[in-house]
Design a protein around this ligand. Structure first.
Ligand SMILES: [Zn+2]
Length: 277
């Protein structure tokens, strides 16, 4: 009898301890080096909700998903944790870049999915660019093709803040230790990506042969050794494109020879950008 009571007592004590530890961990500060396991749990479940929401959209709409509609799909706990993560100032994660204007600007031009590479196929997925940037890209790609007989394609263009939030969590849960500091070296927080800038949007380029510098064990060196890259370094500025992250850049971002942003004078005004709900 006493033994039975003791077992019940221990079990209750254990449950109380686990419960209060859970609550303590839930409300504790976000560890930027490695999320605690309660935070990991809710980041995972939030990501699954994001995926579910996105899977209900058409492929065209999924890549420019609206930020609020993603966050509206979260419950109290997920929202609390993911909200805390996205209100961290990226400077605290070692990111020295700036915030970009993301709202009401230009018409987006849609770029269809492309299958590139020979032995191994890589798909670019559907992409978008503000019209003024797409025009300059076309002019540049045509000029390159005329000289080299090959062109660069768009692996990633404009990303809505919702898309950026989704990608940030995707990278985070695929990393070993859920380190926000490590993650911030590779992917910007929503609002801090040049891909989300509505006026100076960046493009990640990929070659006809499927070289983008980061997929399938590729490194920056693979992209750097492309003839197309050499051509960019000599000619891109004529078309208003500039490499954003050379080695040891001031923004604290890894060297990205494939990532070029547009910077120029917008001559015409366009109707407001539209995001998918
Ligand atoms: Zn990029």
């Amino acid at each position: 009898m006493n033994k039975f009571r003791w077992v019940i007592f221990s079990a209750v004590l254990l449950i109380i301890t686990l419960f209060s530890t859970g609550i303590y961990l839930f409300y504790s500060e976000i560890d930027k080096e490695e999320l605690n396991f309660v935070h990991k749990y809710f980041v995972n479940s939030a990501f699954n909700k994001f995926e579910e929401r996105i899977s209900n959209l058409t492929p065209d709409a999924a890549v420019i998903v609206n930020y609020d509609s993603l966050f509206n799909s979260l419950n109290y706990f997920e929202l609390k944790i993911v909200g805390k993560i996205f209100t961290i100032n990226p400077a605290e994660l070692g990111f020295k870049g700036k915030k970009y204007p993301t709202g009401g600007i230009v018409t987006l031009h849609k770029i269809e999915n492309r299958v590139l590479g020979s032995a191994k196929k890589i798909e670019t997925g559907i992409n978008y660019l503000p019209v003024h940037i797409f025009r300059d890209y076309e002019r540049m790609a045509n000029a390159m093709e005329k000289e080299l007989g090959k062109r660069l394609y768009i692996d990633s263009g404009y990303r809505s803040p919702g898309r950026q939030a989704y990608l940030f969590l995707k990278y985070l849960i695929n990393s070993n230790d859920y380190s926000l500091i490590e993650n911030a070296k590779w992917i910007a927080m929503p609002g801090y990506s040049e891909h989300g800038s509505s006026t100076t949007t960046a493009i990640d380029f990929i070659s006809e042969s499927g070289i983008n510098g980061f997929t399938d064990n590729q490194t920056a060196k693979d992209f750097e050794s492309l003839q197309e890259f050499q051509w960019l370094t000599e000619n891109a500025s004529v078309f208003n494109f500039f490499m954003s992250y050379p080695p040891n850049n001031k923004d604290g971002v890894a060297y990205e020879p494939w990532h070029w942003h547009w910077e120029g004078e917008i001559k015409n005004s366009y109707p407001t950008i539209s995001e998918a709900n």
